[in-house]
Design a protein around this ligand. Sequence first.
Ligand code: 13P
Length: 251
Amino acid sequence: MRTWIVAGNWKMNNTIAEAVALANAIKDGTASIKKGEVILAPPFTSLQSVSQTIKGSRVALAAQTMFYEDRGAFTGEVSPVMLKDIGCTHVLIGHSERRKYFHEKDADVNLKVKKALAAGLKPIMCVGETDEEREKNVTRAVVGRQVKEGLRGVDKIDNVVIAYEPVWAIGTGKVATPAQAQDVHAFIRAILREIYQDAAAGIRLLYGGSVTADNISELIAMEDIDGALVGGASLKADGFLGIIKNIAKQK
Ligand code: 13P
């Protein structure tokens, strides 16, 4: 049985004071929910304060990206060792905004996934097609390539989480239908089964893209959707807690 995950990707939002207030509200609002995993991914500047805020609670901490070396002359970058040190258990890798604005390629994603695992962090590897790619009917080719290339050389899949985030659904209010999302999730699980056999059944696959408390229930009802990676709706405690509660009710 796969336990659900709800992760909030705050992206480039929140001052330290705002981050602490939001993290406190999520900590308090989830204290009575016994199952599942709740993860917050603040910007680097708030990791330390959020880490202290959620200490001893059921909320876990993720970074939004990392570099694939432990230390050295890489101005502006942050290493997995530093993320562990600050209290992160997870790290987002290859988010579509990293791919689009910072030119991360599948090969970079692969190096980062392997490095995160080696450092004892759980990577949440993000994949997803653009609007144009969906229209050209190459969704499976694109997502299949991202999954296979991202996991190249990864022998043990247990600590990897995969987030399917169709780029056309991110921040647009245009959520994938449950059938569209399930179709790609099942496709991803089939690829994992080819590579990792039985272990594929235990891997959590998250959907991301305009998730709200109103649309999550029908998405989470799908067999291969094990949780959500939430952007905009994770910036308000009520909205994010609503998503968590609706998932906890069903899974
Ligand atoms: P939205 O929920 O704002 O569409 O963002 C999704 C996302 O990119 C989460 O990583």
